[in-house]
Ligand binder design. Structure first.
Ligand code: ADP
Ligand code: MG
Length: 548
């Protein structure tokens, strides 16, 4: 009926069609996300017009319906949104990189710089998403009818090769229905189970109900977009289990929103337990969203490696939706990474102050990640170091302190943080190196973990205090470490000269291979001699390994 007009795609559109259909998106399944996003945008626009009192010729519920049919090899998506007029179809679907949604946003911006507007809810902005259907379809039909009263229905068709037709059509309901005849190699997109999982993967949090062959698919709320105070611990627990695919509870929760320097809404969790104790390497567990639509599941670029134990969601409106992983704008992502990493460190620091016992408990389990952070994340190592926890000569066994606690209570004139590497407390306490510190009341941190040696080597200093091992020869020039109390019983004591001669004899006898220097020291009280500045056990192990 009526008359069918055939149009050539604009030249630049033809060229771009090829690029979009073949290489803009890394995965074909993305077309589902793009079409659902467009449907959600159309519904959002309708809701906006409705709330503004515009007369509209529709009373359908604001829903998205997808149906797939394996026998017909078809994928159909229908929304009851604003639809398109004939002119809009030509403009929006006939021209690539021409976004009706962008013009809509610009119009909104002029009308009202108001709060609670649709502005932050519209997903499309780039005008290429629709063309992702060309990756999977041989033939695409779009039935649409604008919600403006008196509008006619239209049918737009194309095979994606240079031209499209546009004709009036009967029986079209207000909104848009897109019918895709799938390519043979894309049959799986007519499979209900497959499509169900794709919708859940990318569009689970879209703000309108999505039905697949009559059944509702998206059932979980986008908690991170809500007000912090409106989310109960019970909801967090449920959401954590959903995003982490886990059965335990989160031990810490961060719900974070900001507008500057980037727009971010995030919810992050730390699981009760991590799996690396079982020798597995955990994969990153935070999903990157933009306006509730998934951009990267388990994003690798979002946090540094050492934060791989985090679970949750980061949503930023500043990340473009329609860009594949490979093309993801690096500068925005790295900015996001920087902001989020700093925020996470601050979060943990806050928890360590508010819930000290719980944080220390966390550290015993997750400390290895913090230490990895100090060693690998040079940009943030100073901040991360605030999260380290150790026992010390001033704590009870099992009690932990931070470097800051140590720094805050150093003795007058103390310029160093002293530490001892020992496999356990008993060895640290009984170490001859420790004696002079004990006698002079200088605190010593007890580092029990082999990796701690690398941590202190990477860190070098904390709050202006140098990190120094108790077995370093440098301790000799610390005025705080005055020699130990000389024994009152001087009988049989060597004279200074005798001691010097003994040292010279030892140096000669042991030889260059074993020692570089033997010196007389007065710091020891109950031990005859100690070795200083020696290779650490960890270093020795490494050298041995390298030499095979
Ligand atoms: P974007 O969504 O980034 O604007 P798309 O290529 O996905 O780009 O869509 C192009 C334009 O086509 C949209 O901006 C919108 O104006 C129009 N459009 C697409 N799908 C629909 C739909 N389901 N209902 C109404 N308009 C639509
Ligand atoms: Mg779009």
């Amino acid at each position: 009926k009526g008359h069918v007009q055939t149009h050539e795609f604009k030249t630049e559109t033809k060229k771009l069609l090829n690029i979009v259909a073949n290489s803009l998106y890394s995965e074909k399944e993305i077309f589902v996300r793009e079409l659902v996003s467009n449907a959600a945008d159309a519904l959002e626009k309708l809701r906006h017009l409705q709330s503004g009192g515009t007369a509209l010729s529709t009373d359908h519920p604001l829903e998205i319906h997808i149906s797939v049919d394996q026998a017909k090899n078809q994928f159909i998506i229908q929304d009851f949104g604003v639809g398109m007029t004939e002119e809009e179809v030509n403009e929006n679907l006939g021209t690539i990189a021409r976004s009706g949604s962008k013009s809509f946003l610009e119009k909104l911006e002029k009308e009202e710089a108001g709060a609670g507007s649709s502005k932050d809810k519209i997903i499309g902005q780039f005008g290429v998403g629709f063309y992702s259907t060309f990756m999977v379809g041989n033939k695409i039909k779009v039935y649409t009818k604008s919600a403006t009263p008196g509008s006619k229905g239209y049918c737009w068709t194309t095979d994606g090769h240079g031209s499209y037709t546009l004709a009036e059509a009967d029986g079209v309901s207000v909104g848009t229905k897109i019918v895709i005849e799938l390519k043979d190699e894309c049959k799986s997109y007519a499979n209900k189970i497959e499509v169900d999982s794709i919708i859940k993967k990318y569009s689970n949090f879209v703000g309108f109900p999505i039905y697949l062959n009559g059944q509702k698919v998206n059932t979980v709320d986008a908690l991170w977009t809500k007000d912090k105070s409106a989310v109960t611990p019970e909801q967090h627990k449920e959401f954590y289990r959903f995003v982490a695919n886990a059965f335990d509870d989160p031990q810490f929760t961060l719900h974070y929103k900001t507008d500057a320097p980037l727009n971010i809404s995030a919810i992050l969790y730390i699981p009760e337990r991590h799996m690396e104790i079982l020798g597995q390497h955990i994969e990153p567990g935070v999903n990157l969203y933009s306006r509730k639509v998934l951009i990267q599941p388990k994003s690798r670029g979002l946090f540094p490696e050492w934060l791989r134990f985090l679970k949750g969601v980061v949503d930023s409106e500043d990340i473009p939706l329609n860009v594949s992983r490979e093309l993801m704008q690096d500068n925005i992502l790295s900015k996001l990474k920087h902001v989020m990493t700093r925020r996470v460190i601050k979060w943990l620091e806050d928890e360590s102050k508010k819930n000290t016992a719980q944080f220390n408990e966390f550290f015993l389990d997750y400390g290895q990640f913090i230490k990895e952070g100090v060693c690998t994340d040079s940009m943030n190592k100073k901040e991360i170091a605030k999260l380290l926890r150790y026992e010390s000569s001033a704590t009870k066994s099992g009690e932990l302190i931070g470097l800051k606690d140590y720094a805050d209570r150093v003795k007058e004139g103390q310029k160093r943080i002293y530490y001892i590497l020992a496999p356990k407390r008993k060895f640290a306490e009984e170490s001859p190196y420790n004696e002079v510190f004990r006698q002079n009341g200088v605190e010593v941190l007890y580092l029990y973990d082999t990796v701690d040696e690398f941590v202190v080597n990477h860190l070098r200093e904390f709050q202006g205090l140098q990190l120094v091992s108790v077995d370093s020869a440098e301790t000799a020039n610390d005025p705080l470490l005055k020699k130990g109390e000389p024994a009152t019983d001087t009988a049989g004591k060597l004279t200074d000269q005798q001691a010097k001669d003994l040292a010279a004899w030892m140096e000669l006898t042991l030889g260059r291979d074993l020692v570089s220097k033997v010196d007389v020291s007065r710091r020891l009280v109950s031990y005859p001699a100690i070795v200083t500045d020696h290779e650490s056990p960890a270093m020795r192990k490494m050298m041995a390994m390298m030499q095979g």
